[in-house]
Design a binder for this molecule. Structure first.
Ligand code: AMP
Length: 357
């Protein structure tokens, strides 16, 4: 079965208060300020509560996290034997999911163990000894724990794969197949992906049972992002044009995408030397450094973040006003992912792409 939603004209059929979920979870959701479910939430939550396997075709910014968090947590609270594994392609996304789970599950006694790479094993091993019922992590580290025998998944009966397309792009298919093979046979699965090309479809078909697909992808990019280009003539002109853009009043909080770790680092240093409060995230930085940069950006200690595509994946910072493509994205999909950072939660954002004249 396939349900396709036209986001622009979508009228939600529920309020959060109407869902048949545990009162504590409902109250926490409402306390977060969520009142009306987003389209993906409106459709996915009831299916999830019914116990269906769900495939959600949705970008970041559509509210997909709560769309799976609510049914997963409801089942965990209602069934003491239930356990859930959530797999995300990047550390940052895994952390954001853990935060969302923590706020929705507040007061329930349920807490998630975060298994991500780039951080020490010690605390993870300690957390795992407490027999957690929610495990959230990236494929590499989850597999690592399975192979060491420090994690057993054969009693896990709920699984969520977030940003499946991204996971496969990053080469995680073998790890993901391995992990899914370790789970309890009789289980409920949630798959979320921005796109549904052949490899994604094959994976989902292999590992789901009679799924319902909910698709909220409408246009190619978010309708509430105003997209424009900046022309430049030379390298010198390019940095000056960027400088001019960054000085504008309406440019409050910015992500700038550049190509390689080296370019990102260089551009960051150039902007710092020009007096802009800037930090950078890329794969060459330690997990701690990335987390610190992200935190400074979230808390507006810095208002400019220079990033590579992979490092920026899944980042959810609410008040980004501008996405700047200082380097043109490699693929149209990368463009869509980048531009999706701006204009979240109904606000209009701006995307500027630098193009040589
Ligand atoms: P996500 O697509 O899960 O990354 O969510 C995008 C953003 O929207 C996050 O900052 C959420 O906190 C927020 N959000 C999700 N669902 C709702 C809702 N129903 N009402 C208001 N904000 C929401």
């Amino acid at each position: 079965a396939v349900v396709t939603l036209e986001v622009d004209q979508y009228v939600p059929t529920h309020k959060f208060a109407d869902f048949e979920v545990n009162d504590l979870l409902k109250q926490n959701i409402i306390n977060k300020g969520y009142e009306t479910p987003s389209p993906i939430q409106d459709q996915t939550i009831p299916l999830g509560l019914e116990g269906k396997d769900v495939i959600g075709i949705a970008n970041t910014g559509t509210g997909k996290t709560a769309a799976f968090a609510l049914p997963v947590l409801h089942k965990l609270m209602n069934n003491q034997h239930s356990k859930a594994l959530i797999i995300a392609p990047t550390r940052e996304l895994a952390q954001q999911i853990e935060e969302e789970f923590r706020s929705i599950a507040k007061g329930s006694g349920l807490s998630g163990v975060l298994l991500i790479g780039g951080t020490p094993m010690g605390p993870q091993l300690r957390d795992l000894r407490s027999k957690p019922r929610v495990v959230i992590g990236t494929p590499g580290r989850i597999k690592d724990h399975l192979e060491r025998g420090t994690l057993h998944l054969n009693t896990f009966d709920q699984v969520v794969l977030d940003e499946v397309d991204r996971m496969l792009d990053m080469g995680f298919l073998p790890d993901v197949r391995f992990i899914l093979g370790e789970l309890k046979e009789d289980r409920q699965s949630f798959f979320f992906s921005a796109t549904m090309d052949a490899p994604v479809r094959t994976l989902i078909q292999t590992f789901s049972k009679d799924p319902v697909m909910v698709s909220v992808k409408t246009g190619d990019t978010s309708d509430n992002v105003d997209q424009n280009v900046v022309h430049y003539t030379s390298k010198e002109d390019k940095i000056e044009k960027l400088h001019d853009v960054l000085l504008k009043d309406e440019v409050e909080k910015v992500i700038i995408f550049d190509e390689t770790q080296r370019n990102v680092e260089r551009l960051m240093q150039e902007l710092v030397s020009r007096g802009f409060a800037t930090d950078a995230i890329h794969g060459g930085k330690s997990q701690g450094q990335r987390q610190r940069a992200l935190k400074r950006f979230k808390e507006t200690e810095i208002d400019i973040l220079v990033a590579t595509d992979v490092a920026a994946r899944g980042i959810d910072v609410k008040d980004i006003t501008h996405v700047i493509n200082y380097a043109i994205p490699q693929t149209y999909e990368d463009y869509t992912h980048r531009v999706g950072r701006a204009g979240r939660a109904g606000k209009t954002g701006h995307a500027l792409t630098f193009i040589v004249k």
